[in-house]
Unconditional design. Structure first.
Length: 264
Protein backbone atom coordinates (compact mmCIF):
# COMPACT_ATOMS: atom_id res chain seq x y z
CA UNK A 1 0.00 0.00 0.00
CA UNK A 2 2.86 2.30 0.85
CA UNK A 3 4.49 1.57 -2.50
CA UNK A 4 1.22 2.37 -4.31
CA UNK A 5 1.01 5.79 -2.65
CA UNK A 6 4.60 6.56 -3.56
CA UNK A 7 3.89 5.66 -7.23
CA UNK A 8 0.94 8.01 -7.38
CA UNK A 9 2.99 10.85 -5.91
CA UNK A 10 5.81 10.26 -8.41
CA UNK A 11 3.43 10.19 -11.40
CA UNK A 12 1.74 13.39 -10.28
CA UNK A 13 5.10 15.12 -9.96
CA UNK A 14 6.13 14.08 -13.47
CA UNK A 15 2.88 15.31 -15.01
CA UNK A 16 3.12 18.66 -13.27
CA UNK A 17 6.72 19.11 -14.42
CA UNK A 18 5.81 18.28 -18.03
CA UNK A 19 2.95 20.78 -18.04
CA UNK A 20 5.20 23.52 -16.68
CA UNK A 21 7.81 22.80 -19.37
CA UNK A 22 5.16 22.98 -22.09
CA UNK A 23 3.97 26.33 -20.75
CA UNK A 24 7.49 27.71 -21.12
CA UNK A 25 7.72 26.85 -24.86
CA UNK A 26 7.39 29.82 -27.32
CA UNK A 27 4.06 30.17 -29.14
CA UNK A 28 4.42 30.15 -32.92
CA UNK A 29 1.83 31.48 -35.39
CA UNK A 30 1.52 30.43 -39.05
CA UNK A 31 3.48 32.74 -41.39
CA UNK A 32 1.27 34.99 -43.55
CA UNK A 33 1.35 34.04 -47.21
CA UNK A 34 2.16 36.91 -49.64
CA UNK A 35 -0.60 38.25 -51.88
CA UNK A 36 0.66 38.87 -55.42
CA UNK A 37 -0.61 42.15 -56.93
CA UNK A 38 0.16 44.05 -60.12
CA UNK A 39 1.26 47.67 -59.75
CA UNK A 40 0.96 49.68 -62.99
CA UNK A 41 3.40 52.53 -63.61
CA UNK A 42 2.06 55.16 -66.03
CA UNK A 43 5.21 57.33 -66.06
CA UNK A 44 7.15 57.83 -69.28
CA UNK A 45 7.05 59.02 -72.88
CA UNK A 46 4.39 57.62 -75.18
CA UNK A 47 3.49 57.77 -78.86
CA UNK A 48 0.50 56.39 -80.72
CA UNK A 49 -2.39 56.83 -83.10
CA UNK A 50 -6.13 57.41 -82.96
CA UNK A 51 -9.18 57.12 -85.21
CA UNK A 52 -12.88 57.80 -84.86
CA UNK A 53 -15.83 60.03 -85.74
CA UNK A 54 -16.05 63.83 -85.88
CA UNK A 55 -18.87 66.28 -86.38
CA UNK A 56 -19.26 70.04 -86.20
CA UNK A 57 -21.67 72.96 -85.89
CA UNK A 58 -20.48 75.88 -87.99
CA UNK A 59 -21.78 79.39 -88.51
CA UNK A 60 -20.65 82.38 -90.51
CA UNK A 61 -22.02 85.49 -92.15
CA UNK A 62 -21.02 85.84 -95.81
CA UNK A 63 -20.89 89.59 -96.42
CA UNK A 64 -20.62 90.50 -100.09
CA UNK A 65 -19.68 93.89 -101.60
CA UNK A 66 -19.08 95.74 -98.31
CA UNK A 67 -18.14 94.90 -94.74
CA UNK A 68 -21.15 96.39 -92.94
CA UNK A 69 -23.86 94.11 -94.39
CA UNK A 70 -25.52 97.11 -96.10
CA UNK A 71 -25.72 95.30 -99.43
CA UNK A 72 -26.14 91.56 -98.97
CA UNK A 73 -25.27 89.82 -95.71
CA UNK A 74 -26.50 86.28 -95.12
CA UNK A 75 -25.93 83.80 -92.31
CA UNK A 76 -25.03 80.19 -93.14
CA UNK A 77 -25.16 77.22 -90.78
CA UNK A 78 -23.49 73.88 -91.43
CA UNK A 79 -23.35 70.50 -89.66
CA UNK A 80 -20.91 68.24 -91.53
CA UNK A 81 -19.46 65.00 -90.17
CA UNK A 82 -16.51 62.83 -91.16
CA UNK A 83 -13.84 60.33 -90.17
CA UNK A 84 -11.02 61.70 -87.99
CA UNK A 85 -7.61 60.13 -87.49
CA UNK A 86 -4.15 61.12 -86.40
CA UNK A 87 -1.41 60.68 -83.85
CA UNK A 88 -0.41 61.69 -80.34
CA UNK A 89 2.87 62.07 -78.50
CA UNK A 90 3.41 63.03 -74.88
CA UNK A 91 5.07 62.59 -71.54
CA UNK A 92 3.45 61.88 -68.18
CA UNK A 93 4.58 61.31 -64.60
CA UNK A 94 2.81 59.41 -61.85
CA UNK A 95 2.78 60.55 -58.20
CA UNK A 96 0.96 58.03 -56.03
CA UNK A 97 -2.31 57.52 -57.94
CA UNK A 98 -2.22 60.87 -59.76
CA UNK A 99 -0.84 61.22 -63.29
CA UNK A 100 0.23 64.56 -64.82
CA UNK A 101 1.41 65.07 -68.39
CA UNK A 102 1.66 67.10 -71.57
CA UNK A 103 0.49 65.94 -74.99
CA UNK A 104 0.53 67.10 -78.60
CA UNK A 105 -1.84 65.78 -81.28
CA UNK A 106 -2.38 66.12 -85.01
CA UNK A 107 -5.63 65.01 -86.64
CA UNK A 108 -6.84 64.96 -90.24
CA UNK A 109 -10.54 65.02 -91.12
CA UNK A 110 -12.90 66.10 -93.89
CA UNK A 111 -15.64 68.27 -92.43
CA UNK A 112 -17.07 69.69 -95.65
CA UNK A 113 -20.52 70.93 -96.60
CA UNK A 114 -22.08 73.18 -99.26
CA UNK A 115 -25.38 75.03 -99.04
CA UNK A 116 -27.30 77.29 -101.44
CA UNK A 117 -28.10 80.88 -100.58
CA UNK A 118 -31.63 81.45 -99.29
CA UNK A 119 -31.70 84.70 -101.29
CA UNK A 120 -30.38 83.15 -104.50
CA UNK A 121 -30.36 79.31 -104.56
CA UNK A 122 -28.00 79.37 -107.55
CA UNK A 123 -25.30 80.96 -105.36
CA UNK A 124 -23.47 78.46 -103.17
CA UNK A 125 -21.51 78.73 -99.91
CA UNK A 126 -19.20 76.07 -98.42
CA UNK A 127 -17.10 75.34 -95.38
CA UNK A 128 -14.22 72.89 -94.95
CA UNK A 129 -12.16 71.86 -91.90
CA UNK A 130 -9.42 69.35 -92.67
CA UNK A 131 -6.66 69.63 -90.02
CA UNK A 132 -6.63 70.14 -86.25
CA UNK A 133 -3.52 70.29 -84.04
CA UNK A 134 -3.32 70.67 -80.25
CA UNK A 135 -0.79 70.97 -77.45
CA UNK A 136 -1.80 70.97 -73.82
CA UNK A 137 -1.97 69.28 -70.42
CA UNK A 138 -3.47 66.03 -69.14
CA UNK A 139 -4.49 65.26 -65.56
CA UNK A 140 -5.55 61.77 -64.53
CA UNK A 141 -6.33 59.38 -61.69
CA UNK A 142 -5.07 55.79 -61.70
CA UNK A 143 -7.12 54.50 -58.79
CA UNK A 144 -7.95 51.18 -60.39
CA UNK A 145 -5.66 48.40 -61.54
CA UNK A 146 -4.50 49.09 -65.12
CA UNK A 147 -7.13 51.86 -65.63
CA UNK A 148 -6.44 55.60 -65.97
CA UNK A 149 -9.23 58.21 -66.14
CA UNK A 150 -8.12 61.66 -67.28
CA UNK A 151 -9.13 65.11 -68.51
CA UNK A 152 -7.27 67.38 -70.91
CA UNK A 153 -7.15 71.08 -71.77
CA UNK A 154 -5.18 72.39 -74.74
CA UNK A 155 -4.49 75.13 -77.21
CA UNK A 156 -5.87 74.16 -80.61
CA UNK A 157 -5.47 75.35 -84.17
CA UNK A 158 -7.45 74.31 -87.25
CA UNK A 159 -7.19 74.83 -90.98
CA UNK A 160 -10.52 76.22 -92.15
CA UNK A 161 -11.69 77.11 -95.64
CA UNK A 162 -14.67 79.05 -97.00
CA UNK A 163 -15.80 78.95 -100.63
CA UNK A 164 -18.46 80.89 -102.49
CA UNK A 165 -19.85 80.71 -106.05
CA UNK A 166 -22.07 83.48 -107.46
CA UNK A 167 -24.96 83.03 -109.88
CA UNK A 168 -24.53 86.41 -111.50
CA UNK A 169 -28.19 87.23 -110.95
CA UNK A 170 -27.43 90.29 -108.88
CA UNK A 171 -29.56 89.14 -105.97
CA UNK A 172 -26.81 88.41 -103.46
CA UNK A 173 -24.03 90.51 -105.01
CA UNK A 174 -22.79 92.31 -108.10
CA UNK A 175 -20.37 89.47 -108.85
CA UNK A 176 -20.40 88.00 -112.33
CA UNK A 177 -21.92 84.61 -113.06
CA UNK A 178 -19.56 81.83 -111.99
CA UNK A 179 -17.34 84.15 -109.95
CA UNK A 180 -15.70 82.31 -107.06
CA UNK A 181 -14.35 83.52 -103.76
CA UNK A 182 -12.09 81.51 -101.47
CA UNK A 183 -10.51 81.97 -98.08
CA UNK A 184 -8.28 79.41 -96.32
CA UNK A 185 -6.25 79.78 -93.19
CA UNK A 186 -5.22 78.51 -89.77
CA UNK A 187 -7.21 79.81 -86.83
CA UNK A 188 -6.52 79.46 -83.11
CA UNK A 189 -8.96 78.07 -80.58
CA UNK A 190 -9.19 75.79 -77.56
CA UNK A 191 -9.80 72.14 -76.76
CA UNK A 192 -11.29 70.31 -73.78
CA UNK A 193 -11.47 66.54 -73.55
CA UNK A 194 -11.69 63.47 -71.35
CA UNK A 195 -10.83 59.81 -71.72
CA UNK A 196 -10.23 56.39 -70.23
CA UNK A 197 -7.11 54.29 -70.85
CA UNK A 198 -6.36 50.65 -70.08
CA UNK A 199 -2.88 49.11 -70.01
CA UNK A 200 -3.81 45.91 -71.79
CA UNK A 201 -0.30 44.47 -72.29
CA UNK A 202 3.27 45.34 -71.42
CA UNK A 203 3.75 48.98 -72.60
CA UNK A 204 0.59 48.92 -74.79
CA UNK A 205 -2.27 51.24 -73.84
CA UNK A 206 -5.79 51.16 -75.26
CA UNK A 207 -8.10 54.12 -74.79
CA UNK A 208 -11.28 55.97 -75.73
CA UNK A 209 -11.37 59.78 -75.78
CA UNK A 210 -13.93 62.55 -76.33
CA UNK A 211 -12.82 66.00 -77.48
CA UNK A 212 -14.51 69.34 -78.04
CA UNK A 213 -12.81 72.08 -80.07
CA UNK A 214 -13.92 75.68 -80.68
CA UNK A 215 -12.65 78.20 -83.26
CA UNK A 216 -13.49 81.63 -84.67
CA UNK A 217 -12.46 82.36 -88.26
CA UNK A 218 -13.51 85.90 -89.17
CA UNK A 219 -11.44 87.25 -92.03
CA UNK A 220 -9.15 90.08 -91.00
CA UNK A 221 -9.81 92.07 -94.17
CA UNK A 222 -12.07 91.88 -97.24
CA UNK A 223 -11.38 89.04 -99.68
CA UNK A 224 -11.67 89.35 -103.46
CA UNK A 225 -13.89 87.25 -105.70
CA UNK A 226 -12.37 86.06 -108.94
CA UNK A 227 -14.01 89.02 -110.73
CA UNK A 228 -12.81 91.59 -108.17
CA UNK A 229 -15.92 91.80 -106.00
CA UNK A 230 -15.19 91.95 -102.28
CA UNK A 231 -16.56 89.77 -99.51
CA UNK A 232 -15.83 89.16 -95.84
CA UNK A 233 -16.53 86.43 -93.30
CA UNK A 234 -17.93 87.71 -89.99
CA UNK A 235 -19.73 86.33 -86.92
CA UNK A 236 -18.04 82.97 -87.41
CA UNK A 237 -17.99 79.98 -85.09
CA UNK A 238 -16.80 76.41 -85.65
CA UNK A 239 -17.43 73.90 -82.85
CA UNK A 240 -16.01 70.44 -83.52
CA UNK A 241 -16.59 67.32 -81.44
CA UNK A 242 -14.88 63.96 -81.86
CA UNK A 243 -14.90 60.48 -80.33
CA UNK A 244 -11.78 58.42 -81.02
CA UNK A 245 -10.18 55.12 -80.09
CA UNK A 246 -6.51 55.35 -79.13
CA UNK A 247 -3.52 53.01 -79.14
CA UNK A 248 -0.27 54.16 -77.50
CA UNK A 249 3.12 52.65 -76.70
CA UNK A 250 4.60 53.73 -73.34
CA UNK A 251 8.39 53.99 -73.05
CA UNK A 252 9.24 53.34 -69.38
CA UNK A 253 13.01 53.65 -69.61
CA UNK A 254 14.54 52.27 -66.43
CA UNK A 255 11.11 51.38 -65.04
CA UNK A 256 8.69 48.49 -65.34
CA UNK A 257 5.23 49.51 -66.63
CA UNK A 258 3.57 46.60 -64.81
CA UNK A 259 5.43 45.21 -61.79
CA UNK A 260 4.43 42.18 -59.72
CA UNK A 261 4.84 42.84 -55.99
CA UNK A 262 4.06 40.85 -52.83
CA UNK A 263 1.76 42.37 -50.24
CA UNK A 264 1.39 40.81 -46.76
Amino acid sequence: MKRFRLGIIAATTLLAGGAASAADLPVTTPQAMPVIAAVVNWSGFYVGGNAGFAGSRDLYSFDVHDVTCDFACEDFRFSPSSFIGGGQIGYQSQVDKWVFGIEATWSVLDLHQTKPSALDPASLRSIKIDDIATVGARFGYAGWERVLVYARAAYATARIGVHGIESGGGITSDAAAGATGDWNGWRSGWNLGAGVEYMAWQNLILGVEFNFYSFDFDTKQPITFSDGTLFEIAGSKADVYAVTARLSYLFNWGKTPTAIVAKY
